[in-house]
Design a protein around this ligand. Structure first.
Ligand code: 9G3
Length: 575
């Protein structure tokens, strides 16, 4: 293709609000343009990358016997009411009325639609199992769209749904999709980790894995073990059951033997936060019992962790099986406990207390006294605090022991979630009535799984991992074009002649070639080529007179002067 004909305008500067490297580079290289916040147009080169990624996804989905279909974006609200999710989602679910005032939602995902379809198309075990997928535009009205395609409001997703007769079938579908995802991300040149994840709002049953592209811009924290292959989203990463003896309260005679001082209230005027306690009492945060009051759905609960730890709200929410969890604001805390925030403690508190397993052993702890300006010292957790709800409620930390192998220690990475596989079970088939007759003629609910890849997000994630200060570096598997031919001077007939010769030879071999035929200064051509980042570059300059061209791969830096024939051979070798 002639670059002079290509709709491609490169920019020297990136838009002010673009923080992520991939966002800046995709805009500057003329691959995408923002139409509105979180909503993008893909220009020709951007579109070509998207098609390459889609093609890889299709090949691997089809290889896993999944069947492609295409579902509507406009979904009747009734479906979401039937599944009970219409009220579960707020402003993120884009809602609209049609001309007859009928309510619709723009699809953020398609569990309701696909289950309704399968309900009417399949009713016998003979037609199971089936995996159906689509590559389709999703709509989610993110409160804060950011980082370009990494968090958009309209984006391309491959979403697949499996339907099985039984749980073993689901397990087979799940791992088949899991391995297909590994192949897809490998083929896209992505450095990724599959991590144990939290099923979240989707309410899956059993395991779920996220596929994380390692990148500093990533919003997720990936926890990996230095020794075994344990890897988890921080939301899910298990804290090692700190072996501090039993988790149970002390029996009465144990209490008598329990040495240690009685819990003693002491005056701490206006000392409310962990920091203030540390500063004023000169103590270590690990001596403090941090107590935070949450609203779980509409119930109040207090969670207690060490002052040196962070509460993991996903773990708390899952433990309580709550649909929503939020920290109670000071007024709510006062109303619920009669205590001003900052002096809340787990001893004699009027709301249920969830105690993190790592503090149960403590005998000389500092805690709020549930009285303004007072704290307790010498709190003995097993003596003074009800231990009805003991669990893992904290975020693990780097360097901690792995709970699986006990050998390795945790290491943290930032990750971009590019894929997610879920075991759904019968959640949707039950609500929406997707049943089948089994071999004995019994009506059973289909067992479902769902599997998503953020296709447009994946495009950006690849660039987060493959760029340098001069621009993007496309893996050859998804590059918009494979070879960039750059004649140094468009006015030099020998150079242009040689350039077109190379072009024709490469086209004969089926290569995708962009020839920069613009009448521009060499510097401009090279800067643009660095920015666009096609994997193979052939510069046709003075050496053309001797039949020589300069060969370079964008991911390396060395340039070689070789003959035209050798250049063609080198390209063939790389394709
Ligand atoms: C909504 C809105 C946002 C959502 C959802 C529903 C995320 C929602 C989870 C999933 C689960 C899987 C199939 C492909 C893989 C992911 N954000 N999820 O269900 F109404 Cl506004 O989408 N779906």
């Amino acid at each position: 293709m002639k670059q002079s004909k290509l709709l491609l305008n490169t920019l020297r500067e990136s838009p002010g609000e673009a923080e992520a490297a991939s966002h800046q580079l995709l805009i500057r290289a003329g691959f995408i343009r923002q139409l509105a916040s979180g909503i993008y147009t893909y220009l020709p080169l951007g579109r070509r990358v998207l098609r390459k990624i889609e093609q890889i996804v299709r090949e691997e989905m089809d290889a896993a016997d999944a069947q492609e279909l295409l579902m509507p974006a406009m979904q009747p609200a009734e479906l979401w009411k039937e599944s009970g999710r219409y009220s579960l989602y707020g402003p993120e679910l884009i809602r609209l009325q049609d001309r007859h005032d009928r309510e619709f939602a723009l699809g953020p995902t398609h569990e309701e639609v696909i289950t309704t379809l399968v309900r009417s198309e399949i009713n016998t075990y003979r037609k199971l199992p089936v995996i159906l997928y689509q590559i389709q535009t999703k709509f989610r009205d993110e409160r804060r769209p950011r980082f370009g395609l990494l968090r958009g409001r309209e984006f391309l997703m491959k979403d697949a749904y499996s339907f099985d007769m039984d749980w073993e079938g689901l397990d087979r579908a799940y791992w088949s999709m899991f391995h297909a995802y590994e192949r897809i991300f490998q083929r896209c040149g992505l450095n990724f980790r599959a991590v144990e994840a939290d099923a979240g709002a989707i309410g899956g049953v059993g395991e779920t894995h996220e596929f994380m592209a390692l990148a500093d811009i990533g919003e997720d924290t990936v926890v990996t073990c230095s020794f075994c292959d344990y890897a988890a989203n921080l939301e899910q990463a298990e804290s090692d059951r700190v072996t501090f003896g039993s988790n149970k309260s002390l029996s009465s005679d144990e209490l008598k033997q329990e040495t240690g001082l009685e819990a003693e209230k002491f005056y701490t005027p206006n000392i409310r936060t962990i920091e203030e306690l540390i500063e004023n009492l000169h103590i270590d945060p690990a001596e403090i019992l941090k107590t935070v009051v949450f609203l779980a759905d509409d119930r109040a609960v207090a969670v207690v962790v060490s002052g040196s730890d962070e509460i993991n709200e996903v773990k708390v929410k899952n433990y309580l099986k709550a649909a929503s969890l939020s920290i109670a604001d000071p007024d709510a805390v006062m109303k619920l406990t009669g205590v001003t925030t900052g002096f809340i403690g787990p001893k004699d508190l009027s709301v249920p207390v969830l105690v993190d397993q790592s503090v149960v052993h403590m005998t000389k702890a500092i805690a709020g006294a549930n009285e303004k300006d007072y704290h307790f010292r010498n709190v003995n957790v097993r003596r003074d605090i009800p231990l009805n709800y003991v669990g893992d409620f904290r975020n693990v930390k780097e360097g901690e022991h792995c709970p699986r192998c006990k050998e390795g220690t945790f290491k943290f990475y930032r990750g971009i979630e590019v894929g997610h596989v879920f075991k759904l079970g019968t959640k949707y088939s039950e609500h929406l009535g997707a049943a089948f007759l089994d071999a004995q003629g019994e009506s059973k609910q289909m067992i479902m799984g769902c599997y998503g890849i953020g296709v447009s997000r994946l495009l950006s994630a690849v660039i987060e991992q493959h760029h340098d200060e001069d621009g993007m570096i496309w893996p050859i598997s998804i590059a918009p074009m494979q070879v960039h031919i750059i004649p140094v001077s468009a006015k030099d007939e020998v150079q242009m002649g040689t350039a077109w010769q190379v072009y024709d030879r490469l086209m004969e071999h089926g290569a995708e070639v962009l020839l920069d035929d613009r009448d521009e200064r060499p510097g401009v051509k090279f800067k643009d080529a660095d920015l666009i980042g096609l994997p193979i570059r052939i510069v046709v300059g003075k050496g053309a007179a001797d039949g020589l061209v300069e060969f370079m791969e964008r991911s390396q830096r060395e340039k070689e002067l070789i003959t035209l024939e050798e250049a063609v051979e080198r390209v063939k070798g790389l394709l």
